[in-house]
Design a protein around this ligand. Sequence first.
Ligand code: G1P
Length: 312
Amino acid sequence: MSEKIRPVRKAVLPVAGLGTRLLPATKAMPKEMLTIVDRPLIQMAIEEARQAGIEEFIFVMSAGKDVLLRHFECPDALMEMLEKRNKIEHMQKVQESSVPDGAIKTASQDIALGLGHAIWCAKDLVGDEPFAIILPDDTVRHPQSCLAQMMDAYNQSGGNVVATCIVDPQDVSKYGILDLFSRDGNMVGIKGLVEKPKAENAPSDMAIFGRYILQPEIFAYLDRHETGAGGEIQLTDAMVHLIHDQPFYGFVFEGERLDCGHEVGFVKAQIAYALDKDSISQEIADYMMEKLREYHAETMATQSPKSRQEAA
Ligand code: G1P
């Protein structure tokens, strides 16, 4: 790493949101506790950050989200009970999903004013050093964690790096979209960003996916509390200012992106991660084959003879 490139030690995880897109599942439980096979989204995010060498996690929280902190404890009573029953594997699972005391810090965001505001709430805990951001409902399926891939790139480039991927033209209005000027391997030079543009105004089809490495100078712009798309304080708008001052890159990550903040992405993630898990993959695959056969038989039965012919 060049002397000028400062290491990234901290990650901010905005977890104050209400998760309305996943109601009713999120009525009483934070969306970050929704589980993909055997791990809640928040644990997947922490594991990803740890793989990237992050040592400190800053949760930007709202009322009723304390269960997210409890999830990372290693309760004595539970461990004693498991030990008495000789459940060594279970003890390991509890231990592995725990985080040492003091590694998680919390900031509160009492009113939902947008992603930019959530990150601004972590300003004092981040201090004057570069930091990562992970949006826990965006997951990337790959042996090397997305943030670890970005960190490798950052250790060469320095500056600011946002994860990016191509999205369907009809989906550009759901994301921050890159205005790019160059591409070198996985690194994309960015000259602008637009938060949730209409398809006809989008500068490209490359979207920001929920991983960022940013320099602390971003806070000078977040301090302004400017509102943008949807009347919210947008992180994207603060980044647009920073692009004029510092190097700024998009990083095209390897792996399958799964947006678990939506029903379809959440279900796809269950399937993909279940098939990744050796102990259950065969049984799940057999079950899926059976269900697909049933599904096709039913759809064929309800189709008109003409569309059946076309499908054949
Ligand atoms: C946020 C960001 C957006 C980014 C997206 C990735 O939007 O504002 O720029 O593309 O996350 O998931 P949100 O999903 O919170 O609406």
